[in-house]
Design a protein around this ligand. Structure first.
Ligand code: S3P
Length: 182
């Protein structure tokens, strides 16, 4: 089984994936980190040097390879915030993984992203005053992709990491129970 985590930039996908991997004792792949390792460049450098379309091609190719080559019994993939823009990616993630959408309000996302400017090339050209509007617009465009692909949606506002993890684990338990009854 493959578990994938999706959601907007700054929602905490990488952190939750790492801690969930610790709880479930399984391998975790962070797609952005894998691309950076394989390309020997940061995501920001790839955007800067080759453009967003080039990054999206790498992302799609990497996602297909991770899923196609997987031989782990249980694997967690932390997707990028824009991975599910692509319909092909939505399809492969939906068909091959138990996708969890970490959902956060525009307020929370803006607060977190404002505190970490310079790390997200998709938002770097936006000035601080327009950040909230940009997050809202971009989220609106991506919402369907997240919601239609996910089998479990977790609202993260005002929740501790521990309670988010507990919700995920009980969601997985219910899924496994339903699955084993079939
Ligand atoms: C992106 C999100 C980033 C990374 C890239 C583009 C996006 O991942 O893939 O900077 O377009 O939302 P995180 O969501 O892990 O920040």
């Amino acid at each position: 089984m493959i578990i994938s985590l999706t959601g907007f930039m700054g929602v905490g996908k990488s952190t939750i994936a790492r801690l969930l991997g610790g709880s479930l004792c399984c391998k975790v792949i962070d797609i952005d980190r894998l691309i950076e390792k394989e390309q020997g460049k940061s995501v920001a450098e790839i955007f800067q040097n080759f453009g967003e379309n080039y990054f999206r091609k790498l992302e799609e190719e990497t996602l297909n390879r991770i899923i196609g080559d997987n031989n782990e019994k249980l694997l967690i993939i932390s997707l990028g915030g824009g991975t599910l823009i692509s319909q092909n990616n939505q399809k492969i993630v939906k068909e091959n993984t138990y996708c969890i959408y970490l959902r956060a309000s525009v307020n929370l996302l803006t607060e977190r992203l404002a505190a970490h400017r310079g790390k997200r090339p998709a938002l770097d050209s936006i000035d601080d005053n327009s950040l909230e509007q940009e997050v809202s617009d971009l989220l609106q465009k991506r919402l369907n992709g997240y919601e239609n692909t996910a089998k479990l949606i977790i609202d993260v506002d005002e929740k501790s990491v521990r309670s988010i993890l507990n919700e995920i684990i009980s969601g997985l338990d219910s899924f496994n129970e339903a699955f084993s009854e079939v």
